[in-house]
Design a protein around this ligand. Structure first.
Ligand code: GLN
Length: 469
């Protein structure tokens, strides 16, 4: 079921929120042992919320699974890290959670993720492995791998994730669900544990484009508690969603269809483009010349911001404290040494390096300049097209444990998703078919749609036209 059909069933009296929560819990008990999407779920709390649900509200009684880096009052918020596994219970609701609750939704389930959202496979979770429901030997993608896997597996109906360089869209693509990263500032980050604050954005992973619009509607809007939150009106995201692509101009960037794309991905995306054309869109070849610098730029800016954001995890303000430290410096040293996993340490070291005096201008300042050039590429393109179409990832989901020893190889898998974060524009991943890959018969492939700043209505309209083609 989707949120939309479930809401209908509530209205027709065919089922109740409590029955739905119970059946999700049964699904988790039955299947999640092998999928590993859930880190925890508080059944009692959810059932209580279900009893009190107000079905007249937009998301009345609808359960939504939450990535484990979004604070939800009274619940764990581990960020997939040993550092926070036992040491932290959220003392407040993130703004998105407050808004979901106000819209009647029931947050249910804490979803596995790469530690502090650093990764593309959920293999960097320090707590457990998440498997792709389409093939248990494969990654679910990441970092919102738990959210995507549960929605694909039917153990969740919809979920929230966070996207700093692709972490909603990439797992959505690998698991065959819809994943939306809103415009930077559209949805409040208050209560999201920060990874790279100038890139992070919370968004939905759902079974349909309509559901993504519903969750965006409930969570968007200005929040004085997030200084980067945009003070702009929130339009009706479902209005016009069915208007189709007739007369729209869709740009196809040459740089996104070059070397290294698996033919099954290319064929499915090209087939989807053809059918959008058949539905009345004009297809226009475009160029985004700075695309090839996006990954390098991201891997300077994101670790720089992470190294600063993660300084709060020191065993004193946050996180498990070392047991027998020699002195105060040793508290920091041992707590961080034991608390963080290898990828998080790598990012902190990288970030500290690029921010250090003498290197700051050569790396960080230069990366900020290139970020402007990447943003300018998009601005120029959107002078002639309404939206841009591309693949989400170069290949379908790889096998678990097959990550190359060189982390740079894995970083390159985000080549198509990162530019949207650097320039702040909205982007969505929609399933567009399946392909055989590396011994697997049929793995999901996603198509990415990118729209101008605050262009979510256009984005959703194209996404709806691209759904089920
Ligand atoms: N895979 C990217 C990284 O490891 C993006 C992660 C994300 O969007 N949170 O940083």
């Amino acid at each position: 079921m989707t949120l939309t059909t479930l809401r209908q069933s509530y209205q027709n009296g065919e089922t109740t929120p409590a029955k739905v929560i119970e059946s999700l819990a049964a699904g988790i008990a039955e299947r999640d042992g092998s999928t590993g999407a859930y880190l925890s779920h508080d059944l009692e709390r959810a059932l209580k919320a279900a009893e009190e649900a107000d079905l007249s509200k937009p998301l009345g009684g609808l359960p939504i699974a939450i990535k484990d880096n979004i604070n939800t009052l009274g619940q764990p918020c581990t960020c997939g890290s040993k550092f926070l596994e036992t040491a932290y219970t959220a003392p407040y609701d993130a703004t998105v959670i407050r808004k979901l609750k106000e819209a009647g939704a029931i947050p249910f389930g804490r979803m596995n993720m790469d530690e502090f959202a650093m990764g593309s496979a959920t293999e960097n979770s320090a707590l457990q492995l998440t498997r792709n429901p389409h093939d248990p030997d494969r990654i679910a993608g990441g970092s919102s791998g738990g959210s995507a896997a549960a929605v694909a597996d039917g153990t969740a109906i919809a979920a929230l994730g966070s996207d700093t360089g692709g972490s909603i869209r990439q797992p959505a693509s690998h698991c065959g669900v819809v994943g939306l990263k809103p415009t930077y500032g559209r949805v409040s980050r208050y209560g999201l544990v920060a990874f790279a604050s100038s890139l992070d954005q919370i968004g939905p992973l759902t079974r349909s484009v309509d559901d993504a619009a519903l969750i965006l509607q409930a969570t968007a809007g200005h929040d004085p508690r997030d200084t980067t939150s945009l003070n702009v009106p929130v339009p009706d995201f479902s209005a016009g969603i069915n208007d189709g692509v007739e007369g729209m101009k869709l740009g196809i960037p040459a740089e996104y269809f070059g070397e290294g794309i698996h033919p099954g991905v290319r064929d499915n995306v090209e087939k989807a483009i053809k059918s959008l054309e058949a539905k009345g869109a004009t297809i226009i070849p475009i160029s985004l010349p700075y695309t090839s610098y996006a990954v390098a730029t991201y891997y300077v800016i994101a670790p720089a911001e992470a190294s600063s954001n993660l300084s709060r995890f020191d065993g004193i303000r946050y996180g498990n404290r070392a047991a027998n430290p020699a002195d105060i410096i040793d508290v920091y040293h041992q707590s961080r040494e034991n608390g963080f996993g290898p990828e998080v340490k790598r990012r902190i070291i990288l970030g500290t390096y690029v921010l250090s005096s003498g290197y700051y201008d050569a790396f960080y300042t230069r990366a900020q300049k290139v970020r402007q050039l990447i943003t300018r590429d998009f601005k120029r393109a959107f002078e002639t097209v309404d939206a841009i179409i591309s693949p989400v990832t170069p290949t379908p989901a790889r096998k678990i444990g097959s990550c190359p020893d060189d982390p740079l190889q894995d970083y390159l898998s985000d080549v198509f998703t990162i530019a949207a974060n650097l320039s702040g524009i909205p982007a969505i991943s929609v399933p567009c078919g399946t392909t055989s890959f590396d011994g697997a018969a049929a793995l999901p492939v996603g198509i990415q749609i990118l729209a101008p700043h605050l262009g979510e209505q256009t984005l959703l309209r194209v996404a709806k036209a691209a759904e089920h083609i």
